[in-house]
Design a protein around this ligand. Structure first.
Ligand SMILES: Nc1ncnc2c1ncn2[C@@H]1O[C@H](COP(=O)(O)OP(=O)(O)OP(=O)(O)O)[C@@H](O)[C@H]1O
Ligand SMILES: [Mg+2]
Length: 474
């Protein structure tokens, strides 16, 4: 042992105490050895980390400890041998992994006087890292499963239509699905753009690949570029150290659905255009490019042509996206779909909530004439609400939410649009049904309504039955 140095320290008892307090307060384990690897001092953290007591090791040589299996190697001895600072991984007898840095201290003649080693227990870190990897793998598996389930749940039969307009759209979607052309879906909110995008993916050869929906409204402007294109490690503060793949990369071999494309900021529009031209991504902060094999479907409920003319949307990007435009008309312009959708959603929600509800003909009639400004989304929400909230199985006009009734009355009084293009006979029948429906609702029964309208109850019932069987046939 180096007596000279100890003598020096003994003269300063208070300094020694002060020094002890400091090294014992360190979270890192500390070992102080002399030039031959004899242990002079270890701190409390080193005791805990190595699961030993100071008196077991102080005064002994590192070689003995290695021989006795305290640890697999001594980094102190390595540092003495190499005469330089050494960092190595050490395994202890209790199975811990310790990252040790041994630092030799030299005197004025350039000889080693001490070696100070610090220990860092990375067992927990290692454990956490493998847990993180496991969780990341699990997440990848779950998200793949989720998109698979999402796609399966939207089977082609759930795309309901009856009108000529929608049949043409459906056929066009199936045809275009077979090739890789870019599709632009246009139409009001709730008309079925997203469900049609799914359908195109399902009907395409990419069905086994991912279907990634990019919600261009949902991503904050500051993150949109890194979300879409990904970033390399250390690209910006707060970035994941290992970098991150963007949504475009995740869609490789599948379909990329750019929903609400009208909302995308102008600076990202030019990057998007570059991607559409080259099908390559360049992660934020990166230099290399990666080729991506995706089919693009975009959708918007905005008037994109007007946005182009007012320079809020790049014309070149619009032309790139507008290879195959599909415009889905609002439900009010394809009324023939309403009845099929009513029955589809009635059955769906009956099944979901284990009910056996039916609509009265008057309800069907009124809903078939309703404008549904929220389109199919509004229709489906309305039926779900009625199935869930109506107590009796037979849902009548009085079970319609008041908001809907008010809007129907308003539109009945304000316009005659519902009779447009009908023959006088058809218009009279329709008017009769509205009268009958409203009177039954107001007076509570067919019997009372027949009195008010001064006809037989049988006539009312026959007219309603006729309408119901027409509905069933459609
Ligand atoms: N033809 C259809 N058959 C069955 N369900 C439909 C049909 N069209 C739309 N829907 C349903 O209506 C709801 C709204 O449709 P979707 O989300 O596709 O509309 P959207 O046009 O994308 O609306 P937004 O512009 O608000 O995103 C969804 O629940 C969808 O499943
Ligand atoms: Mg949508």
């Amino acid at each position: 042992m180096n007596k000279k140095t100890f003598k020096g320290l003994d003269q300063f008892e208070n300094v020694k105490n002060w020094f002890d307090t400091i090294i014992d307060s360190s979270f890192d384990g500390l070992w102080i050895c002399d030039k031959d690897g004899n242990i002079i001092r270890i701190n409390k953290a080193a005791e805990t980390m190595n699961e030993l007591k100071s008196i077991e090791v102080v005064g002994r040589n590192m070689r003995e400890l290695v021989r006795e299996g305290f640890f697999d190697k001594s980094i102190t001895l390595e540092a003495i041998k190499k005469k330089t600072s050494v960092t190595m991984l050490q395994h202890t007898r209790t199975g811990k992994k310790i990252l040790v840095t041994s630092n030799p201290i030299f005197n004025e003649e350039g000889e080693i006087t001490f070696v100070v080693s610090n220990d860092r227990d990375i067992t927990e870190l290692d454990h956490l890292r493998s847990q993180l990897h496991e969780t990341q793998d699990l997440m990848k598996r779950y998200s793949a499963k989720l998109s698979e389930l999402e796609i399966k749940s939207e089977d082609p039969h759930s795309f309901v239509y009856h009108s000529k307009e929608m049949r043409q759209i459906y056929e066009m979607a199936v045809r275009v699905a077979k090739v890789d052309s870019t599709v632009l879906l246009l139409g009001e909110s709730g008309v079925g753009k997203s469900i049609l995008a799914h359908l195109i993916h399902q009907q395409s050869e990419r069905v086994k690949g991912p279907f990634i929906r990019v919600d261009c409204v949902g991503i904050p402007d500051s993150l949109i570029e890194s979300e879409l294109f990904g970033y390399v490690k250390g690209a910006f503060t707060g970035a994941r150290p290992e970098g991150k793949a963007g949504l475009f990369e995740l869609a490789n071999k599948g379909t990329l659905f750019l929903d609400e494309i009208g909302e995308i900021p102008l600076n990202i529009q030019s990057k998007l255009l570059r991607f559409l031209e080259k099908h390559e991504v360049n992660r934020v902060g990166g230099t290399g490019v990666k080729e991506i094999d995706v089919r693009i479907i975009a959708a918007t409920n905005m008037n994109i042509e007007e946005m182009v003319s007012t320079k809020r949307f790049r014309a070149d990007l619009y032309y790139r996206l507008n290879v195959v435009p599909i415009v889905i008309p609002p439900l009010s312009e394809r009324r023939d779909d309403i009845l099929s959708l009513l029955f589809y959603y009635l059955q769906k929600f009956n099944q979901k909530y284990q009910k056996e509800k039916t609509f009265s003909p008057a309800v069907i009639d009124l809903l078939c004439d309703f404008n549904f400004p929220g389109n199919v989304r509004e229709l489906s929400n309305l039926i779900e609400r009625m199935v869930v909230t109506t107590e009796k199985s037979y849902m009548e006009l009085s079970d319609l939410p008041q908001g809907i009734i008010n809007r129907i009355h308003q539109s009945d009084q304000n316009n005659y649009g519902i009779y447009e293009n009908l023959s006088l006979k058809e218009a009279s029948e329709k008017f009769e049904l509205i009268m009958i429906g409203r009177t039954i609702k107001n007076y509570g029964s067919q019997k009372k309504a027949s009195k008010i309208l001064r006809v037989d109850q049988a006539t009312i019932s026959r007219k309603l039955n006729k309408r119901q069987s027409q509905c069933k046939m459609q």
